[in-house]
Design a protein around this ligand. Structure first.
Ligand code: GLC
Length: 507
């Protein structure tokens, strides 16, 4: 049996506001993405996930959707979307859209109707509770705003639930009409030809009956704790929708529970998510021992139940790993984790040119969740407008855009973007790296190393990442295929790995 496409694919996340603009504009658009696809094809990624571009008041920059089946005029229109999808498929790139099923915007017609009266037929599409205006129905905390997850609606005299901003009321997935409506949204995009969905807060959908309090004294938002039995039947329903279409359509879920054992349960028995984000590695510091623990957890919980892991180090919700790890050498070496470990990697636009988070002065802050730095626009050229047609985009440029831009790096064979390209090509050429099993390789403490075993026998690869500052000995004989610092590629491996560096070896 051949593996489904999403097992061998390398995914690339695009935050549409910050990727590229097709006309002079402080924000990006869908036609801007289409115009840059050649860069992505040159780079060698296989599938794109585009963060929300739907009509939205932008209280959470698109994750507050007011119409799930259209394009916000800021980003273009449905014809632009169809053009982008066709342009992706013409280049053999898959395309995932971002499904946001846990909540809508408070400006969505569904919520407007629900809020209009207690008797409105859509009232029960959201989660309302009686009470007095000074005591919320339970102790759940909202994400980002450090307030209760409930807002009192004066006009109708009830509380409504929102795990995120008050402008993002939670849908009631216990209501079959909501389930049917959201399945309809999925079919709308599947019928247009998308290859699947990244699903936002998929572990948030099913609320426990009675909405029991979170543990007393917890300061964590309920959105990081909502791990319910109800979720699993809901997710099986989502899976049945995509499975009714040909071509291995994918659901890749954001399961933001910081526990790999719990994340693993969302693979179900091959009947829930095909892929789940697992964030504990993203929060793991640059330390060999800590990373070895992450690899062991992934094997013990995800692989042991037949799940296919994912690997991600940066996205639109967290400081970029180049910024967290503190050096380009480490950013380069960490690519060998993403592309060398068993599973599907998800890259975040701009990491291939080693972007750091932008510095955001207080008067430029726009996100209530403090995530502006990693969302800064991608500089495409060294010109003053960096390829955007305007010099002052919606967020400040990331550091050093004059040199750290796509054009300058593509022109420099020693730059990080060429490392991405070489390692992506090496992965594509190696069945062992794409699909092979893995086995640990003995190493000193600061080094993480593993062997990927060719599925047909032969063709093994060894990957080693030295997270220590000092050079380390590595007892592996073979040819260096790719090195994070470019040293010795094509030559026999000399047995020493420099500090904060990584290597791919063909034994
Ligand atoms: C997810 C998204 C994040 C968004 C939140 C609410 O965590 O990744 O950006 O703010 O859901 O939709």
């Amino acid at each position: 049996m051949t593996a489904p496409w999403w097992q061998t694919a390398v995914f690339y996340q695009i935050y549409p506001r910050s990727f590229a603009a097709s006309r002079p504009s402080p924000t990006g658009d869908l036609a801007g993405i289409a115009a840059r696809l050649d860069h992505l094809a040159w780079l060698g990624v296989d599938a794109l996930w585009i963060s929300p571009f739907y009509p939205s008041p932008q209280a959470d920059f698109g994750y507050d959707v007011s119409d799930h089946c259209d394009v916000d005029p800021v980003y273009g229109d449905l014809a632009d979307f169809d053009g982008l999808l066709a342009a992706c498929h013409a280049r053999d790139l898959k395309l995932l859209v971002d499904l946001v099923p846990n909540h809508t915007s408070d400006q969505h017609p569904w919520f407007q109707a629900a809020q209009s009266s207690r008797d409105d037929p859509k009232r029960d599409w959201y989660i309302w509770r009686d009470g007095s205006p000074d005591t919320p129905p339970n102790n759940w905390r909202a994400a980002f705003v450090h307030t209760p997850a409930w807002t009192w609606d004066d006009a109708t005299g009830q509380w409504y639930l929102h795990l995120f901003l008050p402008e993002q009321p939670d849908l009631n997935w216990a209501n079959p009409e909501v389930v049917e409506a959201m399945h309809g949204v999925m079919r709308f995009w599947l019928d247009r030809g998308v290859d699947g969905f990244r699903i936002d807060v998929v572990h948030g959908l099913g609320k426990a009956p009675g909405l029991p309090d979170d543990p007393e004294g917890t300061t964590l938002p309920h959105a990081t704790l909502n791990d319910t039995a109800e979720n699993h039947e809901i997710i099986r329903g989502l899976r049945r929708v995509v499975d009714a279409y040909p071509g291995d359509r994918l659901i890749l879920g954001e399961v933001y529970l910081l526990d790999t054992e719990r994340v693993a349960t969302y693979y179900g028995h091959a009947d829930e998510l095909q892929l789940a984000f697992n964030f504990p590695p993203l929060y793991t510091p640059w330390k060999g021992r800590r990373w070895r623990d992450q690899l062991a957890d992934t094997e013990r919980w995800i692989e042991a139940r037949g799940g296919w892991p994912t690997w991600v180090l940066s996205n639109h919700d967290n400081p970029r790993h180049r910024t967290r790890y503190g050096s380009e050498a480490r950013a380069r070496a960490s690519l060998f984790l993403l592309l060398g470990l068993r599973g599907s990697p998800v890259l975040y636009a701009g990491e291939e040119i080693g972007l750091e988070d932008a510095h955001i002065p207080p008067d430029r802050v726009v996100d209530p969740g403090g995530r502006d730095g990693c969302r800064a626009p991608v500089p495409w050229t060294g010109d003053p407008d960096h390829g955007w047609g305007v010099t002052d985009p919606w967020l400040p440029w990331p550091p050093e855009p004059d040199v750290r831009n796509v054009a300058a790096q593509v022109a420099d064979a020693g730059s990080i973007v060429h490392l991405y390209r070489r390692l992506l090509a090496a992965r594509k050429a190696s069945p062992a790296l794409q699909l092979g099993d893995h086995a640990p390789v003995e190493t000193p403490d600061g080094v993480v190393a593993w062997r990927r075993v060719g599925p047909e026998g032969g063709g093994d690869r060894v990957v080693a990442v030295n997270m220590g500052a000092e050079p380390a000995r590595l007892d592996v004989a073979g040819r260096v295929v790719v090195a994070s610092d470019g040293a010795g590629e094509g030559e026999p491996f000399g047995g020493t790995l420099a500090g904060d560096s990584a290597v791919l070896i063909e034994p």
